[in-house]
Design a protein around this ligand. Structure first.
Ligand code: NAD
Ligand code: TYD
Length: 361
């Protein structure tokens, strides 16, 4: 038995492959395009008996058809996506291409494969689509957390492209009877996260004693879930989720960005002291256009129905994350390539130099 994981060389995918295999899961085949966010080294050292990496695009119908006939997976976990909001604002095209058109092509090939299965295989087959809480839009300070029935109201090109893919997945379940499951999770953090996202960016900038760019007033709120709690929940959804259902996943750990960055600073003061408080490096910079103010997830349905129960509290998970980045300097150096430097330069300009650049204006 095999499970096909798309985007398995990215942040959540890597943690999923490593965690599921260490928990004794069956063979996994990763399909990953290895964009700037994917890293084949993350999956080095896994034996081909347990894992294979296929480099390619979820939108490549021929390749996907070949993978289906070669491996005959009993399930697909679809993590492949363009995932960074700021990049989606900078250039939305790739988000439409992968998240919308790519998911559509993957669904088309999956439908053909599903239709070819015998009754028993078809009964057991699942398509698990991994999505985000950002599809629900932005909450006011006192509004209740998102549930599975909250209307979609995506605000960024990223969340709009994810919402589109969620709708396609739903339609393929409803129209063609494809056995789909969808999860909408809050912000993940942990090892292997590409350092363009808030937490690893702050850890690495702090270590290099560079400015810590907080957008706007820093009072935007996110709910945080440690990545291994997310990937274990995905396994529970795959095994015990009800076909056609969606599940909200979150850590019930709402924090403002300023709180998160201040905690990172405190941890860096403890784990990598320089004699000066890292909090001195915090700089408020120009806000993200259309910045969602607050996300919060109600994971009650997943708790009641599949036994979802995160095991790592935020402060503990954040400390483990900072420690991981301290202990994995070679990984950090390998992802801080020319492409990464170009992005940082484009997004943050000359922040920290005499002219504070476009971000601070
Ligand atoms: P990531 O950007 O770290 O990884 C995405 C992976 O997909 C990369 O390895 C990339 O190479 C691969 N990929 C991109 N386009 C592809 C294509 N066309 N074909 C095949 N592979 C392709 O993202 P992540 O943080 O690991 O997120 C994984 C999924 O989980 C995404 O769908 C994202 O929307 C969702 N999600 C992420 C979070 C979070 O906080 N990171 C929260 C909720 C949901
Ligand atoms: P991010 O990690 O990009 O995730 P998302 O936008 O999907 O929630 O950002 C998390 C929060 O941190 C978001 O409110 C934007 C903010 N942020 C900053 O203040 N500064 C930064 O340099 C980055 C990357 C994010």
């Amino acid at each position: 038995m095999t499970v096909l994981v798309t985007g398995g060389a990215g942040f959540i995918g890597t943690n999923l492959v490593l965690t599921w295999l260490s928990d004794g899961f069956e063979k996994l085949v990763t399909l990953d395009k290895l964009t700037y966010a994917g890293n084949r080294r993350n999956l080095d050292g896994l034996s081909s008996e347990h894992h294979e990496l296929v480099v390619g695009d979820i939108g490549d119908r021929e390749l996907v058809a070949c993978l289906f006939s070669q491996y005959r997976p009993r399930a697909i976990v679809n993590l492949a996506a363009e995932s960074h909001v700021d990049r989606s604002i900078d250039g939305p095209g790739d988000f439409i291409e992968t998240n919308v058109v790519g998911t559509f092509n993957l669904l088309e090939q999956t439908r053909r494969y599903f239709d070819s299965l015998g009754p028993q295989e078809a009964e057991n087959f699942r398509f698990l689509h991994v999505s985000t809480d950002e599809v629900y839009g932005s909450l006011g300070p006192l509004e209740p957390a998102f549930t599975e029935t909250t209307p979609y109201c995506p605000n960024s090109p990223y969340s709009a492209s994810k919402a589109a893919s969620d709708h396609l997945v739903r339609a393929y379940g409803h129209t063609y009877g494809l056995p789909t499951l969808t999860t909408n999770c809050s912000n993940n953090y942990g090892p292997y996260q590409f350092p363009e996202k808030l937490i690893p960016l702050m850890v690495l900038n702090g270590l290099a004693e560079k400015p810590l760019p907080v957008y706007g007033d820093g009072q935007q709120v996110r709910d945080w879930l440690f990545v291994t709690d997310h990937v274990r929940a995905l396994k529970q959804v795959l095994e015990n989720g009800e076909v056609g259902q969606t599940y909200n996943l979150g850590g019930e750990a709402e924090k403002s960005n300023l709180e998160v960055v201040s905690l990172v600073c405190t941890l860096l003061d403890e784990l990598a002291p320089t004699g000066r408080p890292h909090a001195n490096l915090i700089e408020h910079v120009r806000d993200r256009p259309g910045h969602d103010r607050r996300y919060a997830v109600n994971p009650g349905k997943a708790r009641r129905t599949i036994g979802f129960a995160p095991s790592i509290i935020f402060e503990e998970g954040l400390k483990a994350t900072v420690q991981w980045y301290l202990e994995n300097r070679a990984w950090v150096a390998s992802v801080q390539s020319g492409e990464y430097r170009n992005w940082i330069e484009r997004q943050y300009g000359t922040l920290g130099s005499a002219d504070k650049g476009r971000a601070s204006r």
